[in-house]
Design a protein around this ligand. Structure first.
Ligand code: NAP
Length: 415
């Protein structure tokens, strides 16, 4: 029986487990996850008001429930077990660790309070246990840098009124912060033209349906081209003005040059295509310019990804998802990529000699590592669903300790 360890339980890792089992149904697949809960980017990256996108977790849940798959939550490679140990225990090991660090602009003022990377901001509004609390308040104007779908997510979450977040799993704390801001303006700023924007049309068009906010284009003369995105932007420009508390302004061809303020952010400075300085006042700036992979124990990324040849990093060591190709594509992109990598692993892996999960369990038990198995995850899931307040589909636990407590089976709970 081939034994394969997948490090990371986000979409890339879960799709890979699924495709490996389709090809080798008797393989033994262990999915390791540093948090006690699975699903990575789906749980902590997809916006909390996009529950239909998050619904793919039902597919992944069925993968983790399969007989030949074991979930090892709360097991961090590098802390609880070393990568070289996994290499000796398993026939193949796959890095599916995503891209968890914000890319930086490298311009003055980037560390001012009020300037935050989208990874941190998205982790915060999604209740990630390691997310830092927001230190900014009284936000009247927010600047979002980048023209990708993450920029749209951030703009939409900021711009939505409390009733528009009904049915989401945004926490009470996050909802309270959003409701408390006297927000009037959200600026979404791209360094290139509208035809080069990386928004998908569907995501962009959704901004035109918001109740509390309306999108406008700062310079309608910049709307050259006939891409779907340009047409949607033109539609924003041509639609009848609505009186809304918040306006989302789209700006193009502005390169960020500095964040400025005394002891916190007060303005963001840009250079226009013609070389002029453009200043946008802001108390909050979110940079949505992409992500980089973090090291995984002894495996160290270069230029934001783990160097690989079609997913192969080294003998018996593979990489998939954003850790392989960088932060691009949609969730289904991972399915296609996982299918290809699964074929490669099956062709290249010869199994049967290594202890696999039995060896991992032994090592973790010897170190008193408390891992969360699939049944434990189901108990966390049930507890989060049960404690959801009015108008919410789920109330996530925001600390690993709370998750571990909920994961304990009733028989194991102290009286
Ligand atoms: P993205 O689509 O790659 O967009 C990044 C943006 O940052 C681009 O507009 C890029 O401009 C800009 N940028 C990069 N470096 C910059 C710099 N130094 N100065 C100014 N601007 C800079 O990335 P993303 O928005 O983070 O999204 C990541 C992936 O997740 C994408 O594939 C996205 O489609 C996907 N996603 C999908 C959804 C959804 O389907 N609902 C939601 C969220 C994310 P240039 O083009 O000029 O480089």
């Amino acid at each position: 029986m081939k034994s394969i360890a997948i490090i990371g339980s986000g979409p890339a890792g879960c799709y890979l487990a699924d495709h490996l089992l389709r090809l080798i149904p008797d393989a033994s697949i262990d999915v390791l996850e540093k948090l006690p809960v699975p699903f990575g980017l789906i749980r902590y990256g997809v916006a909390p008001d996009h529950q239909s996108t998050k619904a793919v977790t039902r597919v992944f849940d069925r993968v983790l429930a399969r007989d030949h798959v074991s979930f090892f939550g709360n097991v961090e490679v590098g802390r609880d077990v070393r990568l070289n140990e996994l290499m000796s225990l398993y026939d193949a090991v796959v890095l599916a660790t995503g891209a968890a660090r914000d890319r930086r602009l490298g311009i003055p003022g980037e560390d001012l309070p009020g300037v935050i990377g989208s990874g941190s901001f998205v982790a915060w509004y999604n209740g990630h246990p390691h997310a830092q609390a927001l230190v900014v308040s009284n936000v009247q104007s927010a600047v979002i840098i980048g023209n990708g779908n993450v920029a749209i997510d951030v703009a939409r979450i900021l711009a939505k009124g409390p009733e528009e977040l009904a049915g989401s799993d945004v926490s009470g704390q996050v909802a309270a912060w959003l409701a408390a801001q006297p927000l009037q303006t959200v600026h979404v700023v791209g360094r290139r033209g509208p035809a080069e924007a990386r928004f998908t049309d569907h995501e962009l068009a959704e901004l035109g349906t918001l109740q509390r906010a309306r999108p406008v284009v700062s310079d309608p003369a910049s709307l050259n081209g006939d891409t779907a995105v340009v047409k949607t932007l033109r539609g924003f420009d041509e639609s009848a003005p609505r009186d809304t508390p918040v306006t989302i302004h789209f700006h193009f061809d502005l390169t960020p040059t500095a964040f400025a303020g005394e002891d916190r952010l007060q303005e963001v400075q840009f250079r226009s295509a013609g070389g002029e300085t453009v200043v946008l006042p802001a108390q909050l700036a979110v940079t949505c310019i992409g992500y980089e992979a973090l090291p995984c124990c002894s495996a160290v990324p270069a230029n934001g990804i783990f160097a690989n040849q079609d997913g192969k990093v080294d003998e018996r060591l593979y990489v998939v998802g954003w850790a392989k190709r960088g932060p691009s594509g949609t969730i289904p992109t991972n399915r296609i990529e996982a299918q290809q990598l699964a074929q490669k692993i099956v062709q290249e892996t010869h199994g049967g000699e290594r202890p696999g999960g039995a060896g991992l369990r032994k090592a973790l038990e010897e170190r008193n590592v408390r891992w969360v198995d699939y049944a434990g995850w189901r108990r966390i899931d049930a507890a989060e669903l049960a404690r959801a307040g009015a108008g919410r589909c789920r109330e996530k636990f925001c600390s690993p300790d709370e998750m571990l407590e909920a994961a304990l089976s009733p028989q194991l709970r102290p009286a």
